[in-house]
Design a protein around this ligand. Structure first.
Ligand code: SAH
Length: 345
């Protein structure tokens, strides 16, 4: 039998059938996959782990993604939005702690029209010209994306969610189309953003074939960043009784993606750390090289609840940073003060 781990390492891709096979490999093969992904991470990024300060500035959302706790139709969600001053305070705290990338994430909140988003971008970039700014604010028009970019936004995260159209339709209301999500990703790349796509592991109705489609799409799209984390149910959604994605499969996918795109930026996500107390460390050992702790004010953290039991909602930013530094150190790596641009260009 051909060795799929070696083949993936050599060719940086596999066929759909081979990916499906690898997803179901035994634990020895999974360990070889992990070790090789760790080696490739070190070859490309050394022992440096990049840190991004995540600012969740609004949980108002006009969309209704079936899996998400801040979806429009969740009446139990207590809504909030941060003022420009509050956002700047988060950045100031983050800057002092050594963060050189800020990620602005939110639901799709119409209050934050393009003028307001541009005001936030220009204010942050003029005060912190040495920092990179990432947006993660959902589906917009080409013109809006272009305006944000021209104001100084450097990067954009928009998970493709699933590369299988039938699966996409099972996770979203019919007004939210697979085609528009793809159009957005293509626009972002065309404009010149360092672009991130990604998906949830173990989302309802996901099959091995869906995951193989995700992997092939990621290879073809060739993003600078890939965000993946386990699906975790939220009590106020119709998926409340669905099981979470597993640690094993998420780690395996991190390793596969590291071997497919050796220079990609790959976060060990908060969702991964939520399903396992050492999720972040395990993610890094499986090939991840980015962590994205929360910089939002403690008073709102519990309200940005896209899934249940999200961790680090009670800690101060400084505590989070210290805890992360220690965790990363415990596995022989170090959190660096750096914009941490992608080497996948
Ligand atoms: N509104 C922005 C940000 C969405 S939240 C956007 O549309 O891009 C960021 C990511 O959280 C989503 O892309 C989704 O993949 C993930 N997410 C949402 N609900 C989740 C859940 N229940 N479990 C795990 N991840 C979830």
């Amino acid at each position: 039998m051909i060795d799929l781990v070696e083949k993936l390492y050599k060719n940086q891709t596999l066929s759909k059938k081979e990916f499906t096979e690898l997803l179901n490999c035994d634990t020895d093969t999974a360990e070889r996959l992990r070790a090789l992904a760790e080696k490739v991470r070190i070859e490309n990024y050394g022992h440096d782990i990049y840190v991004r300060g995540l600012i969740e500035f609004s949980n108002y959302c006009k969309r209704d993604c079936l899996y998400c706790g801040i979806r429009r139709s969740n009446n139990n969600c207590e809504r909030y939005r941060l003022s420009l001053d509050e956002i700047m305070e988060c950045c100031g705290e983050g800057y002092n702690l050594g963060f050189r990338t800020f990620v602005l994430q939110s639901g799709e909140d119409s209050y934050f029209n393009d003028d307001r988003i541009c005001e936030i971008i220009t204010t942050i970039k003029s005060k912190y010209p040495d920092c990179a700014l990432t947006l993660s604010i959902g589906e917009k028009s080409y013109d809006s994306y272009k305006r944000y970019f021209d104001c100084g936004a450097d990067r954009y995260l928009l998970r493709h969610e699933t590369a299988n159209k039938a699966h996409y339709q099972k996770l979203h209301p019919s007004a939210q189309t697979f085609e528009n999500r793809r159009r957005c990703l293509n626009d972002l790349k065309k404009i010149g953003y360092q672009t991130g796509c990604g998906f949830m592991v173990g989302s309802p109705y996901q099959t091995d074939e869906c995951i193989a489609d995700d992997l092939l799409f990621i290879k073809e799209f060739n993003p600078q960043m890939v965000g993946i984390g386990p699906f975790i149910s939220h009590k106020d959604t119709q998926f409340k009784d669905y099981p979470s994605g597993t640690l094993e499969l998420t780690l395996k996918l991190l390793s596969i993606i590291r071997l497919m795109l050796p220079k990609v930026l790959l976060p060990a996500t908060t969702a991964l750390a939520t399903i396992d107390p050492r999720g972040r460390e395990k993610g890094i050992l499986a090939g991840a090289n980015v962590v994205m702790p929360n910089l939002s004010p403690v008073s709102v953290r519990k309200k940005y609840q896209i899934y249940d039991n999200k961790i680090c909602t009670g800690d101060e930013s400084a505590q989070c940073k210290n805890c992360l530094d220690l965790r990363v150190k415990s596995i022989g790596c170090r959190v660096v003060v750096d914009r941490g641009d992608s080497r996948n260009i």
